[in-house]
Ligand binder design. Structure first.
Ligand SMILES: Cc1ncc(C[n+]2csc(CCOP(=O)(O)OP(=O)(O)O)c2C)c(N)n1
Ligand SMILES: [Mg+2]
Length: 915
């Protein structure tokens, strides 16, 4: 409730009104706006001679007090009506609001028959006060409780108000609509019942919340009118199978097959997933023959984790359908559970992204299957708010709470929600109040924790029965017709089941990913990839990077440290630094027609002020992006400063990468440490989505990593965690040591026939390290090397081989040089830790045939970094013994002081040569 309405009472209104009339500045702005509004209306009504006072009989109230109260009454219902709306099918919510009693509204019984009007309600229609109250109650306090008065934009607020107050009542009496509702309810109910009796097992049934099917069907049916071509949906466990069957029209025999467990995951590779997680896509035809693609994203158990992924997928499809200007053709739909919606922080992150240039999808329609329970936990223990939807108010979304046992109201709200999204390009929420007929899943006993509630639910009629009772007095659907509809739904299920039984096992196997969004691709290969660019290409990019348009007033400092410096490097053929190499990688891909998207916190400039991908005019901050001015018809470079979120932003970019795969995607963490804020996306999607759902992605994660004395939080990207997730060639983990290596690994990402996520440990100090540089030829004549051997050490004399990865290499070569140990120790760099090219390591170690000692050197503590990952693999190649040189095991990734850091770093480098 807003503070304004919380303070509202009739006495207060009068007091404030008087004060406002004598001095508008003397009341707070909320009140002032309120009084201005109704005075305006009042004046207009008086002009028309239709004010409340004008209608009064002689001797009745003649001051403005009545009109004040009438306007306040309308305002009160619009603001507070939802607090007493009849939302709960179980009638457990006992809600009342003293502010909505006649007395508190400032009227007495005698006034009920006064003729009143409000310019702001029903266009000033005159009516008895009791009639006005009845109408307001019907709109605002019946089976819909709408929250929209928090919306700041008056046009949006008025639009919602108008839609609510002018609902088309004809659905309530239309026999065809009633039949359709009954049919859908029967389909939804019998589906669950059928699965239960034929198969048992977990299915997270929708029972109690079948209205969701009506809501989603309404969306599908209204697509044609809005020109919508695709719906990109995300939802969790509850009712997922039902939605697949009844909204995506996934063939029933395929669903049954999954229940029979007939498919053998081995036959298609990967490990598969439980049936209520798989994604699916289908083209639905409406009654008029209009075709809409409906896509349900595969999702993990982690509630709400799929939300940003769905948004990214929607953005991808909008890009593919050339729908980026208005975003009207592709609509994201998210379905939430009540407990998860308010409980999971990622929901807020996703709302926050909803209007940002780099992440907007033109508005999402949210549905909440509000069964008023989360597993065993009731709302009282689950949230500090009245509604589970409160979080949506942060983006001024209208919220329609609706009783799930009034199917027509549910459909009306779904329709208004879609229209709102279409009209304003913003998010909207439909909160369907319902109940959960069984336990959390079907094997779960709900009476252990809510005996009273489940006793009540046991005796509660089915939604179809409730609806049949509602329409019975109208006689729109006869009992025979209803029975026939029900029988039809059952027959469909039985037919599908007979088909499944007839089918052979072999046929069943082929079904595992049938119709799903699975993609099968060739296995990973260490084969070299040609990623070099021509000198001409390099010149085109370098030229564009060193100049700005004549009328663009670039900051003098940027000119000096960036443009002139680049020019100097280019003209001299090097040495190219890291940021320059990155730009060459991006630029060359753009010239080849591959778009590039980089998203992350402060990524436009770069956390370390290294990138400057966007230049600003010093007088008006106009922007210039050199990479978008290479030549006409190049692909587009999209670089976004992301909101300060990791979870949702990475989820979004991952989702985007799956459905528009011809673009290179890079998500950058400000420091590598922060990636753990997105751990769910990394674990549940990036590392495992190909294995679970056959959904590959080529997203790149740029994670600044390296021990430089910046303390526990800015040193480590938790490399060990990524390595622990590696198996079945699911992703690549690289720690490149030169700009050219970085350049080639990025280009390689788009030059192969398969897609694999790429995790890159990116530098901080190496950005400006004198030796971490590359020559022109490294870009024009070279490629990516997964392992780099040692060409300086003397093959015959070397006694030890030190293996390392990343920045510590530069400390090692410095020490070796200073201590004249070049003949004694060879250093082999592992630039790609996974998939590990073991044969290449053996090949590069082979010339050092006298080496007796094998050392792994790392900066990270012993319990972190690659050590535990690399040890068994090195032992496989060099069975003698692998010595460890690195920081001792530690609870925290790095020391807190520079002094301690330096002492540890010096010790571990020395250890590598002495151990
Ligand atoms: C991030 C996360 N935490 C915990 C769980 C375990 N869990 C699965 S369903 C559930 C309750 C969800 O309640 P609600 O969102 O209301 O959906 P409902 O099951 O009632 O449809 C919980 C706690 C989970 N799947 N994901
Ligand atoms: Mg729930």
């Amino acid at each position: 409730m807003s503070t304004f309405t919380a303070r509202w009472s009739e006495g207060l209104i009068d007091d404030n009104y008087e004060r406002w009339r004598s001095n508008p500045q003397s009341v707070d702005p909320d009140w002032a706006a309120f009084f201005e509004g109704f005075e305006l209306g009042f004046a207009k009504s008086e002009e028309n001679g239709d004010s409340a006072t004008a209608e009064l009989a002689p001797g009745a109230i003649t001051d403005s007090s009545l009109q004040t109260r009438v306007e306040a009454l309308v305002y009160a219902y619009r603001t507070l009506g939802h607090t007493i709306a009849d939302l709960d099918p179980l009638d457990l919510l006992k809600r009342s609001n003293p502010l909505l009693t006649l007395k508190e509204l400032g009227f007495d019984e005698k006034e009920l028959d006064l003729t009143v009007s409000s310019r702001f309600f029903k266009e000033g229609k005159k009516m008895k006060l009791r009639e006005m109250i009845r109408e307001l109650e019907a709109v605002y306090c019946s089976t819909v409780g709408a929250e929209f008065m928090h919306i700041q934009n008056p046009r949006m607020r008025t639009w919602v108000l108008y839609k609510l107050e002018n609902r088309d009542g004809s659905l309530r009496t239309n026999p065809a609509v009633h039949r359709d509702i009954l049919r859908k309810l029967y389909e939804a109910e019998t589906f669950e019942n059928f699965l239960h009796t034929k198969y048992g097992g977990k299915r997270f049934s929708l029972e109690g919340g079948e209205a969701l099917i009506l809501a989603l069907d309404t969306i599908v049916q209204n697509c044609e009118k809005r020109g919508i071509k695709e719906l990109i949906m995300g939802m969790a466990h509850r009712g997922r199978l039902n939605v697949l069957a009844n909204i995506l029209n996934k063939p029933l025999d395929v669903i049954f097959n999954e229940f029979q467990g007939n498919f053998a995951p081995d036959s298609v590779g990967g490990n598969g997933d439980v049936k209520y997680h798989l994604g699916y896509r289908n083209v639905r035809k409406t009654a008029t023959g209009y075709e809409i693609e409906v896509n349900l994203a595969a999702n993990p158990s982690h509630l709400e984790a799929v939300d940003p992924v769905v948004e990214g997928k929607a953005r991808a499809r909008q890009r593919v359908l050339d729908d980026t200007a208005y975003r009207k053709k592709v609509v994201p739909i998210l379905i939430h559970g009540d407990a998860a919606f308010i409980g999971q922080g990622v929901v807020a992150e996703v709302f926050n992204m909803s209007q940002l240039p780099g992440y907007c999808t033109g508005g999402t329609v949210h549905f909440v299957v509000n069964n008023q329970i989360g597993f065993t936990t009731l709302p009282a223990d689950s949230r500090s708010t009245e509604y589970c939807t409160e979080i949506a108010k942060m983006v001024d979304a209208p919220i329609f709470h609706v009783n799930g046992e009034d199917p027509i109201a549910v459909m009306e709200m779904a329709k208004i929600a879609l229209e709102f999204r279409h009209e304003f390009g913003r998010d909207v929420v439909v909160d369907i109040y319902c109940y959960r007929r069984h336990g959390h899943n079907e094997g779960d006993e709900p009476a252990f924790t809510q005996p009273d509630l489940y006793n009540r639910i046991k005796g509660h009629p089915l939604p179809s029965e409730v609806f049949a009772t509602q329409i019975a007095p109208l006689g729109t659907v006869s009992a025979e017709e209803a029975a026939a509809l029900k029988a039809e739904a059952l027959k469909e299920l039985n037919d599908a089941l007979s088909q499944v039984k007839l089918a052979e096992n072999e046929k069943a196997k082929a079904h595992e990913f049938a119709g799903s969004t699975a993609i099968f691709q060739p296995p990973y290969s260490h084969a070299p990839i040609n990623t070099a660019i021509t000198k001409d290409t390099l010149d085109i990019i370098a030229k564009a990077l060193t100049m700005v348009p004549e009328d663009f007033r670039v900051l003098p400092k940027i000119k000096r440290i960036l443009l002139e410096r680049r020019l100097q490097i280019w003209k001299a053929g090097g040495p190219y630094n890291w940021a320059f190499a990155e730009t060459l990688a991006f630029g060359s891909l753009l010239l080849e027609g591959t778009p590039v998207r980089l998203s992350g916190q402060d990524s436009r400039r770069g956390t370390f002020s290294q990138r400057h991908s966007v230049l600003y005019d010093e007088e008006n901050r106009q922007r210039y992006i050199p990479l978008n001015h290479l030549r006409p018809n190049q692909a587009r470079f999209c670089v976004y400063n992301s909101p300060l979120s990791e979870y949702a932003v990475l989820g979004f970019d991952y989702g985007y990468s799956m459905d528009f795969p011809s673009q290179l995607y890079l998500w950058e963490a400000q420091f590598g440490d922060f990636a753990n804020g997105a751990q769910i996306i990394i674990d549940q999607f990036i590392a495992s989505s190909e294995s679970k759902w056959r959904r590959p992605s080529a997203i790149v994660l740029l994670l600044p990593h390296g021990y430089e004395g910046q303390g526990p939080e800015h040193s480590s990207a938790k490399l060990e965690r990524f390595l622990q997730l590696c198996a079945e060639e699911n992703m690549q983990v690289c720690n490149p040591t030169t700009p050219a290596q970085y350049f080639h690994v990025l280009r390689r990402q788009m030059h192969r026939k398969y897609r694999k996520p790429l995790i890159v440990m990116t530098p901080k100090s190496l950005l400006t390290h004198e030796q971490a540089v590359s020559r022109e030829a490294d870009f024009t004549e070279s490629r990516f090397f997964e392992i780099i051997g040692d060409t300086e050490a003397s093959a015959k004399k070397v006694e030890r081989i030190i293996f390392c990865s990343g920045k510590v290499y530069y400390d090692l070569i410095k020490y070796r040089k200073e201590n004249a140990l070049t003949d004694a120790a060879a250093i082999i760099r592992i630039e790609q830790l996974y998939p590990l090219h073991k044969e290449k390591i053996a090949r590069l170690a082979k010339p050092f045939s006298n080496a007796k000692k094998f050392v792994w050197c790392q900066e990270e503590p012993e319990n972190m970094g690659p050590w535990t990952f690399i040890l068994p693999r090195l032992l496989n190649l060099f069975p003698s013994y692998i010595h460890y040189a690195g920081r001792p095991a530690s609870a925290s990734p790095a020391a807190g002081t520079m002094q301690a850091h330096q002492a540890q770093q010096a010790a571990l480098v020395k250890q590598a040569f002495e151990v």
